[in-house]
Design a protein around this ligand. Structure first.
Ligand code: PLP
Ligand code: COI
Length: 355
């Protein structure tokens, strides 16, 4: 259990319009910060006014990208709020930390830090339809020297941002282009970790895609550029001839918590869900034959996001007539119903906090 010192702001900021939030543009009044050194372990846990973080110019993160993060959400309920599977995020954070030789954090401490910060900034949890409080825990290596080595000093921070939908399309289908030049991650690399470097590697293709009107890029495997992996901020699932197919977690794909939850729900509904290697040729053939019935992404920020166009090698393949598919809609309703506390949480996924 952390002993957290609290330093409150003198005056709270004005809140943005909760009906027009976009994603990640506004931040609450406070942030959680904690330091680590090999000698002391984690120390100086504190909640302080949201603001700049002083950083040494030789700091490891600035030169060698020693950084990991998480993305999770809190949802306003009638008498407080609830978080969706926060211990899964805590666990994945530690898996990422292990891969990047950053220190791990006790899952209880991770969730405590997030909870105490939200409790203080509770008034920032938006209540407009489709909104939530996005939670961004992150950690960076903070050694003040230029040698390349596992870090000895690190900083853990949690910031909060009231958000609406991630894509400007909202729940309307997004246009995705399949990238066959740049790759995001390779097996044995850091693809399964949620580290900043993976996203840095994705920016060039994302920029080209955006200039052509696509929301995001669908990545292929880094060796053969043959197998479907995931989209920039979400895992992908395809309904092909009634069966749900999703790329297996080969090490270069982020093990999404939404993905895992959807697989469980779909199997409970009686669908056959197969995690396997899915080649882009197989996917495109299914699209051409009319066997690709629905395609959607899953993610904390993206929630369930229907894919209406798949663009590959100069050909645009329209999926589900560019409409949200029946199963995609049902899954969206079920998942968000649980997250927003409107449907029974029979799997005990939500951690409820009363205010
Ligand atoms: N894949 C990538 C690259 C992501 O950034 C995310 C978002 O966190 C996901 C998949 C979905 O993961 P989750 O469902 O845990 O949010
Ligand atoms: C999330 O869904 O939490 C993400 O991290 C996606 C993205 C904003 C990087």
């Amino acid at each position: 259990m952390l002993d957290i010192r609290v330093e409150k702001v003198e005056q709270r900021k004005e809140k943005p319009d909760f009906n027009n939030l976009g994603f990640g543009k506004y931040f609450t009044d406070h942030m959680f910060v904690m330091d680590f050194s090999d000698e002391k372990g984690w120390y100086n846990a504190r909640i302080v006014p949201f603001g700049y973080i002083p950083i040494h110019p030789a700091s490891t993160v600035l030169h060698y990208g020693a950084e990991i993060f998480e993305g999770m959400k809190a949802y306003k309920t009638e008498n407080g709020y609830q978080m969706f599977r926060p211990y899964e995020n805590a666990k994945r954070f530690n898996d990422s930390a292990e891969r990047l030789c950053l220190p791990t954090i006790e899952p209880e401490d991770f969730v405590q830090a997030v909870t105490e910060l939200i409790n203080l900034d509770y008034s920032w949890i938006p209540d407009a339809n489709g909104t939530s409080l996005y939670i961004r825990p992150f950690m960076f290596g903070n050694d003040e020297s230029l040698g390349v080595h596992a870090v000895h000093n690190a900083t853990f921070v949690v910031i909060l941002s009231p958000v609406g939908s991630y894509y400007k399309e909202g729940l309307n289908p997004v246009k995705i282009t399949i990238e066959d030049k740049d790759v995001r991650a390779v097996r044995g690399g850091t693809g399964y970790a949620k580290c900043g470097g993976n996203y840095a590697a994705s920016l060039r293709a994302g920029k080209v895609a955006a200039s052509k009107g696509f929301s995001q890029v669908l990545w292929l495997d880094g060796v053969e550029r043959k197998y479907i992996e995931e989209v920039g901020a979400m895992n992908v699932m395809f309904k092909i001839k009634g069966e749900i197919v999703t790329p297996s977690l080969t090490g270069s794909v982020l093990p999404g918590i939404t993905r895992k939850s959807c697989i469980e729900i779909l199997r409970e509904w009686g669908y056959k869900v197969t995690e396997r290697l899915l080649s882009v040729d197989e996917l495109i053939t299914a699209a051409e034959n009319g066997e690709l019935e629905e395609a959607f992404g899953t993610g904390t920020a993206a929630v369930i996001s229907p894919i209406g166009h798949l663009f590959y090698k100069d050909v645009d393949h329209v999926v589900s007539n560019n409409q949200i598919g029946e199963l995609t809609q049902r899954l969206y309703d079920e998942l968000t119903g649980i997250q927003w506390g409107k449907k029974e949480d029979k799997r005990n996924w939500c951690v409820k906090v009363e205010q």
